[in-house]
Ligand binder design. Structure first.
Ligand code: BES
Ligand code: MN
Ligand code: ZN
Length: 503
């Protein structure tokens, strides 16, 4: 059925507008050019205030500037570029994360400016390559905004940023890595920010195809018929109530040289989660359910970076895309679905749909013989309740794989926390009439969801990220912009980049 019969929703708005803005930005290292409209200058809480600031520490303090991370002082100057004084904290505490945040602060302070410079006189022991990457990445991520549907938007994209930092030599590599990471996150943000009527599972497949051509990975689309042939009863069951077709989107990246290993990535792609027959109550919170494809978006975002990041592993991705809707054709409580591989699943709650669509993909990843699986899903409200929006729970059946995810998360400053995969709770998923039920007890909901997934993972080394809490932020928070955060895209890219199985 044509969901856009009156063409009020133009199909071509289902794109990734933030990506074009990102690719148009230029980042260089060197002397700040004369056409810069704003210049940021980094100031530590200790040591000298750079002369370029033009004020001494006492004057800065008088103006309320503390030089702590996050502090900023805007000084407009007649006939000269704006001065934006940026706090860097104590020199001993300087890290890549502090620099990434500082670049974000500059982007906010110079939000009306297209051409910006940033001067830091002393990197306090942080390597110039590390600093370059962090500063560039922070700036690119912080300048993102989803504006295509807002005709009143006055957002100004970044055209040029020049980093004037000491000791620079060949910084092409760190700048490329910054762009590649930012691209992964921006693609994920754009997709998650797009309204559900503008981005159906079918649209998602089309976007994946065009991104695959552009960024060097193969895309295979599985429509309803193909999914029936594969026996993907989890995805098909959830899709039953929707007038939109489902799509399983299979992504494959093949490295140019010898492959260092084979990593499988699985993403939950619920384009809109109404809860289905177990309908969610009317609540502003459910505005967020257009982002219930944040896992699939993170996987697709990560794929856009694999080639340019120089990934040496083979990477396969499965995006499990459909809406979860109530209707006369919906799957019902008490229904039994048969997932790929034959496991029967009793549906005790149609709102526990994410684990159902993931089950088919985990089995398919196993069949492909991947060395490890990392899955990512906006899976449970319990993840949000337990760790809030700043940290994502990570679970797994293999400590090494969990550690790969944890280390990658630390590198990109997206926080995760390992929770135990407490198998004592596994009997909560036992069913009287099927192999397994999709609902556990009232407590430890993120854990019982992970235990459900583990059933389909088998013995393959596996880690699971529940991003229900971290997928969005209400307000701008350093380089995380309000709305979808793209959480996980950069983690997955970092995990994949040098992936090799345990020897
Ligand atoms: N998509 C939701 C989880 C979610 C909640 C994501 C809040 C982001 C913010 C998921 O499909 C869901 O509805 N989970 C249920 C599971 C329950 C029925 C076992 C939940 O967490 O309430
Ligand atoms: Mn749900
Ligand atoms: Zn959901």
């Amino acid at each position: 059925m044509d969901r856009r019969p009156n063409k009020i929703i133009p199909a071509d708005l289902a794109t990734v507008p933030g990506l074009d803005a990102l690719e148009a930005a230029r980042i260089e290292v060197g002397a700040i050019p004369s056409d810069a409209q704003a210049i940021g200058v980094g100031v530590y809480t200790d040591g000298d205030v750079p002369g370029e600031v033009g004020f001494d520490r006492a004057a800065l303090e008088q103006a309320g500037f503390t030089a702590k991370p996050g502090s900023v002082l805007n000084v407009p100057r007649a006939g000269r570029p704006d001065l934006v004084v940026i706090g860097l904290g104590a020199q001993d505490d300087l890290t890549a994360d502090v620099l990434r945040d500082a670049a974000a602060v500059l982007m906010r302070g110079a939000a009306r400016r297209e051409r910006v410079g940033l001067r830091i006189d002393d990197l306090a022991g942080v390597e110039v390559e590390v600093a370059t990457r962090a500063l560039a990445e922070g700036a690119l991520l912080a300048r993102y905004r989803y504006t295509v549907l807002n005709s009143a938007s006055t957002h100004i994209a970044l055209k040029a940023l020049t980093l004037d930092i000491p000791g620079y030599g060949d910084v092409d590599q760190p700048i490329t890595q910054a762009f590649v990471g930012a691209r992964a996150a921006v693609v994920a943000r754009d997709l998650a920010n797009t309204p559900p009527g503008h981005l159906t599972a079918v649209n998602m497949g089309e976007i994946a195809e065009s991104l695959g051509e552009r960024f060097g990975f193969a895309v295979e689309l599985f429509d309803k018929e193909a999914l029936i042939a594969l026996g993907c009863g989890g995805l098909l069951g959830v899709n039953q109530g929707s007038t939109e077709e489902p799509r399983m989107i299979k992504l494959t990246y093949t490295p140019s040289g010898e492959s260092s290993g084979h990593l499988g990535l699985v993403g939950k792609g619920i384009m809109y989660d109404s809860g289905g027959i177990s309908l969610k109550p009317s609540d502003p919170m459910h505005l967020l359910m257009k982002m219930d494809m944040g896992g699939a978006a993170a996987v697709l975002g990560a794929f856009t970076g694999l080639r340019d990041a120089g990934t040496t592993a083979t990477v396969s991705g499965w995006l499990m895309c459909t809406d979860n809707m109530p209707s006369g054709t919906s799957y019902k409580l008490g229904d039994v679905l048969t997932a790929r591989g034959g496991t029967t699943i009793e549906v005790k709650n149609t709102d526990a749909e994410g684990r159902l669509v993931m089950s088919d993909a985990l089995v398919l990843a196993n069949e492909d013989g991947v060395d490890a699986i990392v899955d990512i899903a906006t899976l449970t409200g319990a993840a949000l309740v337990s760790l809030g929006s700043a940290r994502a729970p990570v679970f797994g059946n293999d400590q090494r794989t969990v550690d790969l995810v944890t280390a990658a998360a630390a590198t990109v400053d997206e926080q995760v926390w390992q929770l135990p995969l407490e198998r004592k709770y596994r009997p909560q998923l036992d069913s009287e009439i099927a192999d397994i039920a999709n609902l556990g007890g009232p407590f430890a909901g993120a854990t019982t969801a992970a235990l459900f997934l583990e059933h389909f993972v088998g013995k393959t080394p596996w880690a699971h990220l529940d991003i229900a809490g971290t997928m969005q932020t209400e307000k701008d928070d350093a380089w995380r912009t309000a709305g979808a955060t793209g959480f996980g895209a950069r983690i997955l890219l970092e995990v994949a980049r040098g992936f090799a199985p345990a020897s």
